[in-house]
Design a protein around this ligand. Structure first.
Ligand code: NDP
Ligand code: MG
Length: 387
């Protein structure tokens, strides 16, 4: 029996993780957590009987406590960061799936590593901002960090069975190009929120869907790949592959390229992380090469989709710069989702913050969180950008 805790169990990755748990008797769910969706959390508690549930909002945590008191008195309801930390290190779990969105995941991820929990990592913002802390800590504690992001899972699968001396020459990170692929800046200036939320291939949470449209997501994934696979940013090439059939590739030193292919279904990388190194049956559509006509490739347009360019710049600079990129993006995406700014302002906000930042070479967690605060304070003083 493998016991799983989920941070962000009500989200896109969280609910797909739960579907996998539902389909496998040998998996159990010991802790759940949400920001505010207590209706879904209540249903998850009634179905799976976890020991612990965390709700970010304290008032909503209190309502949930009342709602479940009759049926699940054995499930403790906690709140705030302390609650997330409890979920992360709950003694009953073997593995934590980090499916919360944003760099709010840093402290719980660290707490789980300190407690020796295996990590199924979906929460890329945590590695982007604190990869230099998390990767060495996991190594020291002997904790596995198993990628859930589809590209990184693909690379991880391509590397399986390779001997350590078979060195990676290059990682080829594939990208769909998102809903605005092929557009120029003038066209991007007038795209709407509805257009940005329509991803051609994947159904995901709102924040990552906007990140995919701006290609900031691919930029964050370049940084995530650097930390997960210990390569230089110059060894990571982004390849646009609009059909999302190839989930990423590895080129070795002899020129051999390994790729992982499949239909776009996040349950595959989630399940791979949970059962690693075992493969389990996964119901769903299969690739049909008698129907599939084309797998095409393009170079990403980094001059229009500045998210990628800025991410390479941020990771080359290193230190606290990736935190600035990420925090500015989180703030800008929230504003775009609230219809407060136009799409292109996402890039302007990131640029403005990166230009003004004085880099801290190897920031501590406290300095990372201070840098995040600095970004929010800085942007609150620019009313032209944030209405
Ligand atoms: P969603 O927005 O669908 O879900 C986010 C989860 O985090 C929800 O459970 C939400 O709770 C919870 N949450 C949000 N804010 C807070 C907060 N302040 N405190 C505590 N919990 C909070 O996101 P996704 O599932 O799409 O993405 C999760 C992570 O996985 C992201 O880092 C994303 O980049 C990454 N990822 C996602 C993929 C996908 O296919 N969705 C693919 C690859 C990576 P509530 O429901 O109450 O709001
Ligand atoms: Mg991805």
């Amino acid at each position: 029996m493998k016991k799983i805790a989920i941070l962000g169990s009500t989200g896109s990755i969280g609910t797909q993780t739960i579907e996998i748990i539902r389909n496998h008797q040998e998996l159990s769910l010991v802790a759940v957590s949400a920001g505010s969706n207590i209706e879904l959390l209540e249903r998850q508690i009634r179905e799976f009987h976890p020991r612990l549930a965390a709700v970010w909002n304290a008032e909503l945590a209190e309502s949930l406590r009342t709602k479940i008191a009759d049926v699940m008195p054995a499930c403790r309801v906690v709140s705030g960061m302390e609650g997330m930390l409890e979920v992360a290190r709950i003694p009953e779990s073997d593995m934590l799936i980090t499916a919360v969105v944003g760099m709010i995941g840093i402290q719980p991820t660290i707490a789980a590593i300190e407690a020796g929990k295996e990590i199924g990592l979906a929460n890329k913002e945590t590695l982007v901002t604190a990869g230099h802390i998390i990767m060495p800590m996991a190594k020291e504690k002997g904790v596995s960090i198993l990628p859930v992001d589809s590209e990184h899972s693909a690379i991880f699968q391509c590397l399986n069975g390779e001997k350590p001396h078979n060195r990676i020459h290059k990682l080829l990170l594939t990208a769909s190009g998102g809903p605005f692929r092929g557009m120029d800046r003038e066209q991007l200036a007038s795209v709407t929120l509805e257009m940005a939320l329509k991803h051609p291939n994947w159904s995901m949470g709102r924040k990552i869907t906007i990140d995919s449209a701006s290609m900031v997501n691919k930029g964050l994934e370049v940084i995530e790949a650097k930390w997960l696979f210990d390569v230089k940013p110059s060894q990571i090439e982004v390849v646009v592959q609009p059909q999302s059939v190839i989930h990423s590739m590895v080129e070795f030193e002899d020129g051999a390229v390994m790729a992982q292919l499949g239909t776009p279904d996040m349950k595959l990388p989630i399940q791979y992380a949970i059962f690693y190194p075992r493969r389990e049956f996964l119901p769903g559509q299969r690739l049909d090469f008698s129907v599939l006509r084309d797998i095409t490739f393009e170079k990403p347009d980094q001059d229009t989709f500045l998210g990628l360019k800025y991410a390479y710049e941020a990771i080359e600079t290193g230190g606290s710069m990736p935190t600035v990129l990420n925090a500015a993006n989180e703030l800008a995406v929230a504003a775009f989702l609230n219809r407060e700014i136009p799409f292109l302002s996402i890039y302007e906000i990131i640029r403005e913050c990166m230009d003004a930042h004085k880099v801290i070479a190897s920031p501590t967690v406290e300095q990372i969180l201070d840098t995040e605060r600095w970004v929010y304070e800085k942007m609150s003083k620019v009313p032209t950008m944030l209405a």
